[in-house]
Design a protein around this ligand. Structure first.
Ligand SMILES: [Zn+2]
Ligand SMILES: [Zn+2]
Ligand SMILES: [Zn+2]
Length: 136
């Protein structure tokens, strides 16, 4: 597996202790994390620095936003195809109605939508809810 330091440098993000800590959280958890989740994992970190770190990661194509049914903003790791200024996260998100974990489902193609021709689709977000493998 690629180390967090390598991932940071691949996305041209300067390595700092907090950036490594936040990235490791995403790598270890394999699910979308809210700001609150991250604060709980890293209770001794300054909030503003945490938020800035998330913003930097999002800007550099390392994490993307995941909105769930309760409108809590979460972030999840991007695939390798995302880079600075360009996100390519066209995949399904799965939200468990029991434990509320949200995960990226990368290998299922999004359904094709046919809209009236006066509309130009630029982004499609699809969240599927149900029970995850631990709750089923
Ligand atoms: Zn992305
Ligand atoms: Zn679950
Ligand atoms: Zn995702």
């Amino acid at each position: 597996m690629v180390s967090s330091t390598q991932q940071l440098s691949a996305h041209k993000i300067r390595t700092t202790e907090i950036r490594i800590a936040v990235l490791n959280l995403f790598l270890e958890n394999k699910q979308a994390l809210s700001k609150q989740d991250i604060e709980q994992f890293l209770p001794n970190q300054d909030r503003i620095t945490l938020y800035r770190t998330l913003k930097t990661f999002e800007d550099k194509g390392l994490i993307h936003r995941v909105i769930n049914s309760s409108n809590i903003l979460k972030y999840a790791l991007c695939s390798d195809s995302c880079s600075h200024d360009y996100h390519n996260d066209q995949h399904i998100h799965f939200e468990c109605t029991n434990c509320r974990q949200t995960t990226c489902i990368e290998n299922v193609p999004l359904p094709k939508l046919t809209l009236p021709k006066e509309y130009l689709v630029q982004n499609l977000e699809l969240t599927v809810s149900g029970l995850c493998k631990d709750c089923k």
